[in-house]
Design a protein around this ligand. Structure first.
Ligand code: MN
Length: 278
């Protein structure tokens, strides 16, 4: 399933070609946007139980062209966004000349503010900061099941689905969480592709084009600390919850963004997330 959030708190399923969406909002037993993100957390946790009615609606329900709706980020007020740092060898190599402290070149986990999330088509506003602001294109995932001290062997079973995520970053000194948490610094989308539909995560091909030019390209399997181990390590720090988001780290090719830029972030088999820079 390709799960999309669109318009005003509508939830739907997108076809494999990425051309239309079937509105399934009325099938969600807890849908009440007045209660914030609760219905979304329930959907993340209960998707298996809702699978049959959702697929039945998808097969027969009216299709709306995606061009006629406004896609939103396919995450809603996540309790936390956990992000992996220094998780591809070629990205660590490209950062070496910047004379960073050793600890900044070693794998680690940090948090991004949930309020930094924006959806497809967003305009990312550059804050007034002295340093450069960079794009980082990453494989993102949303959790269906939480837990504490999750074994790596069963960690993939906790995943609801995959998405494309940009970890926009102010370069410079200072805490990662601040430098990566400005409003608009976490574009996510265009939808979630459930784990059963996406296949082997290590084969997912991630790429980013800046103004049409290829800037980042990698297979997810090249990450140094793989997805199961990221989930296991994160869950030994903090209890993971349904709806939490994990960004798995950026490959080489990160670079500065400037007003007027267009970023097309693609994961083959998932979709393309496009944002512009204002
Ligand atoms: Mn990153």
């Amino acid at each position: 399933m390709r799960i999309a959030l669109f318009d005003a708190d509508r939830v739907g399923l997108v076809d494999a070609a990425g051309e239309s969406v079937v509105d399934c909002t009325d099938l969600l037993p807890h849908h009440d946007p007045g209660l914030g993100a609760n219905y979304w957390v329930r959907l993340c946790a209960d998707l298996d139980r809702l699978r049959e009615p959702l697929l039945a609606r998808f097969a027969t329900g009216p299709r709306t062209p995606l061009a006629a709706v406004r896609l939103r980020a396919p995450v809603l007020n996540p309790g936390k966004i956990i992000a992996a740092a220094a998780n591809y060898a070629d990205h660590i190599d490209e950062m070496r000349p910047h004379e960073l402290a050793d600890w900044l070149l070693a794998f680690d986990l940090f948090l991004k503010a949930p309020s930094s999330v924006v959806g497809p088509g967003a305009v990312v506003r550059l804050p007034d900061v002295p340093g450069e602001v960079h794009y980082e294109c990453e494989l993102g995932l949303v959790l269906a099941r939480g837990g504490y001290d999750i074994p790596a062997e069963s960690a993939l079973d906790h995943i609801l689905g995959w998405t494309v995520l940009l970890d926009i970053t102010e370069r410079g000194k200072g805490d990662r969480s601040r430098r990566k948490s400005y409003d608009g610094f976490t574009p996510v989308g265009p939808w979630l592709v459930t784990r059963d539909e996406a296949g082997d995560w290590t084969e997912l091909a991630i790429s980013l084009r800046r103004n049409g030019e290829l800037a980042q390209q990698v297979k997810a399997g090249e990450m140094l600390v793989g997805v199961p181990e990221i989930i296991a390590r994160a869950s030994r720090v903090m209890t993971l919850q349904p709806g939490d988001v994990i960004a798995t780290g950026a490959p080489a090719g990160v670079g500065q963004i400037e007003p007027g830029d267009r970023l097309d972030a693609t994961i083959d088999g998932i979709g393309t997330l496009t944002v512009t820079v204002g």
